[in-house]
Design a protein around this ligand. Structure first.
Ligand SMILES: [Zn+2]
Length: 196
């Protein structure tokens, strides 16, 4: 928004609904994602009803996610324009790809694990990440712990402290009976990594 309250992406007055629905840029993005939207009330619903109908009440899980991700990307694109970052049509092609990819990852519930290794003085030494496919958040956190420990041992560190932001995972590793837990092998792997 400039000093007169006008949209910086097109010559219209600026409102949230303008950025998310009426702006030429957002209309182009919505129409490229779904060409059938022109035949619905999508471009006429007020902001609250539009969010309610698409983000909460839609029975189509893929569309619900695509809608929310697209709103977020359109809003952050508008923020980049306002703060004079370089945004152009070519980058919008990347934006569409990013919206579809993010939606697919969220809908398919693909999981990843990651972490970082720091020296005793807090200095960053290395980071790591891995794609895990389909698994729960607790499994992802245990896999991250296991990967981090294996990397630390491989780098020759023997005095290692771990930080995990999940009490559930800490309790599983400390107390779970791995014989009766569906992730018993992984829990035992983490314990073995700690004992190395
Ligand atoms: Zn506009």
């Amino acid at each position: 928004m400039d000093g007169n309250g006008a949209c910086k992406q097109c010559p219209r007055e600026m409102e949230t609904i303008h950025v998310l629905r009426d702006c030429r840029v957002s209309r182009d993005i919505w129409n490229l994602l779904r060409s059938d939207l022109q035949d619905t009330f999508f471009f006429s619903l007020p902001l609250r009803e539009r969010l309610k109908e698409n983000a909460y009440e839609s029975k189509d899980g893929y569309w619900k996610t695509l809608f929310v991700v697209t709103c977020w990307r359109i809003w952050t694109r508008r923020c980049r324009v306002v703060f004079n970052e370089d945004v152009d049509e070519e980058k919008d092609v990347g934006l569409l790809r990013n919206i579809r990819l993010t939606t697919m990852i969220v809908v398919s519930a693909l999981s990843g694990a990651g972490g970082l290794i720091r020296a005793a003085d807090g200095k960053w030494l290395m980071g790591f990440q891995a794609c895990l496919g389909f698994c729960s958040n607790n499994v992802a956190k245990m896999q991250a712990l296991r990967l981090g420990l294996l990397l630390a041992w491989g780098l020759g560190f023997r005095d290692v402290q771990c930080s995990v932001d999940s009490k559930v995972v800490v309790d599983l590793i400390a107390d779970a009976d791995q014989r009766f837990n569906p992730h018993g092998n992984l829990i035992e792997d983490v314990r073995a990594s700690i004992r190395i």
